[in-house]
Design a protein. Structure first.
Length: 518
């Protein structure tokens, strides 16, 4: 049993299978140690294989690879970089063939793991002192001294060294993965993207080839966020019918226990944010893990729990910010006796146009968030002017036009983000493409694309809604106006996009039917 410390100071318990529990043998554990014999004498190959025929180390036997020349040995090393031990003759097709093989392995192939045991029948050709000093080999033996017992001892020593080097390398790679994976987790993203990333990273850390899924617990219901391997189909399905009934029961138990659990070749992860959102991660097909691998999983899970908590808190902040933004927009619309749904519709229209223009989902969402405040400056305009049923006098219209500048002044102090974008939109959404708009008579691309988008969304909704001074227009009349104003009032490219998206606009208009909010 191990404890995982959470961000809130509490501890989760990570259970591991009992040591005497019978676990299924993973295919990777059935692999053999690869041994290459590089010697130009067939008899050496035969005798070596015979002597080591029943050899085992760490529960794995040997797989022999033969090479009868230096060039063949180099080729085999390229094909099999996981050769554990190379029994290498010095003299083959040339007097220094073996030495050149050793140099190739270390310098060109950059393989520093394979243990090289140099065997020579002519020690004068390659004196031990010179070879040890000049070449990165691990052992030097004269063939006459390699009795069965000595060969056994040499192999044990070499394999033990290779195993330990591989363990160090694997642990180093594992730690690097933890560092890389943790940096990924702390980037702000959606919960679905986060869940998919975490399960992919866990799969990578644990060796790959696993199956599993992540679930979001919502009002005690389980919803699949991401899946890999044999459970990949869950991402496309609305239900979890593809999960075995026994596993269903285990997941329900996990929801009650609220603890991480390592169960033989399976891992159950549980994360709960301070906002109350709960996430379950399930993976199966694991090999039995070392103590260090257990520690790596603990570190990763702890980081994931913190990142999940931060993500949920950030989303709660974003949700609150959205509510404030829409409320500000609704306040402005309510003062002018218009419906609060105007700002909701403008927000959705703006996102459709932004996506149609080719903006990313994140940028389109930024416009959707900011555009509801396009008329926030109306809070500074007198009610008598805002709600006048007849035509405004030139003086009254000048006051009305001031709402663009007032809205900008109210919001301009924000540094970046949604409010800063809203300030820009509030300032420019009444500018016209031909330069006859207000307050600064900007023309064409001088008007920010966010404001050009919002202008179309705002005018479309205003024309299609009842106002104190007019009745809603029919859709055909609205389309005729946009055709006339293409390149005049509105960006011609955006008008063309608008025409292709008109059905989507109508769906939104019919969904948010005018009604008083306050």
């Amino acid at each position: 049993m191990n404890l995982i410390s959470n961000a809130d100071g509490t501890d989760d318990v990570l259970f591991f299978a009992e040591e005497n529990e019978q676990l299924p043998i993973h295919p990777s554990l059935k692999k053999k140690w690869k041994i290459m014999i590089a010697d130009d004498e067939q008899e050496i190959h035969t005798i070596t294989k015979l002597v080591l025929s029943d050899f085992e180390f760490d529960g794995k036997s040997l797989e022999f690879i033969s090479a009868f020349s230096g060039e063949e040995a180099k080729s085999q090393m390229q094909k099999h970089p996981d050769i554990a031990v190379l029994l290498l003759d010095v003299v083959m097709e040339a007097d220094d063939s073996g030495l050149q093989v050793a140099r190739t392995i270390r310098e060109r192939l950059q393989n520093f793991s394979t243990r090289i045991v140099l065997r020579t029948g002519q020690p004068g050709q390659a004196p031990e002192k010179m070879v040890i000093m000049d070449y990165d080999i691990n052992d030097y033996k004269e063939k006459t001294e390699l009795t069965a017992q000595k060969l056994f001892t040499t192999m044990i020593t070499a394999l033990r060294s290779y195993r330990d080097i591989q363990t160090i390398q694997k642990n180093k790679e594992g730690l690097m993965q933890i560092i890389h994976s943790s940096s990924f987790m702390f980037e702000l993203r959606s919960i679905k993207t986060f869940a998919a990333g975490v399960i992919d990273q866990l799969n990578s850390i644990l060796g790959g080839g696993l199956s599993g899924f992540t679930l979001l617990i919502n009002n005690k219901a389980l919803n699949a966020l991401a899946a890999i391997g044999s459970y990949s189909h869950l991402e496309q399905e609305d239900s979890l019918d593809g999960i075995p009934s026994k596993l269903h029961l285990e997941l329900e138990q996990l929801m009650k226990e609220k603890k991480n659990r390592y169960d033989g070749n399976r891992f159950f992860g549980y994360f709960r944010s301070k906002t109350g959102l709960e996430n379950i991660f399930f993976l199966e097909g694991l090999v039995p893990l070392s103590d260090l691998e257990h520690d790596l999983i603990e570190i990763y899970c702890n980081n994931a729990a913190i990142a999940f908590d931060n993500l949920c808190l950030n989303q709660e902040i974003e949700t609150t910010q959205k509510e404030i933004i829409f409320t500000l927009g609704e306040i402005a619309e309510t003062r002018s006796e218009e419906t609060g749904y105007h700002v909701k519709r403008v927000a959705e229209y703006s996102k459709i146009l932004a996506l149609g223009y080719g903006m990313s989902e994140n940028e389109a969402e930024l416009i959707r968030m900011a555009s509801p405040m396009h008329d926030v400056g109306k809070v500074g305009v007198l009610d008598a002017i805002l709600n006048k049923p007849g035509k405004l006098t030139p003086e009254e219209f000048d006051i009305m036009k001031s709402h663009a500048t007032m809205g900008y002044e109210m919001l301009k102090h924000a540094k970046g983000g949604t409010i800063s974008t809203a300030a820009l939109i509030a300032h420019q959404h009444h500018e016209k493409y031909n330069g006859t708009g207000y307050p600064n008579q900007l023309k064409g691309d001088e008007i920010h694309i966010y404001a050009r988008i919002t202008a179309i969304a705002d005018v479309f909704d205003a024309l299609g809604s009842d106002r104190v001074y007019k009745k809603a227009w029919k859709i055909e009349k609205i389309i005729d106006l946009f055709k006339r104003e293409r390149g005049e009032h509105f960006d011609p490219q955006l008008v063309d996009i608008f025409f292709t998206k008109i059905d989507e606009f109508i769906v939104i208009r019919d969904h948010y039917i005018d009604a008083k909010i306050f």
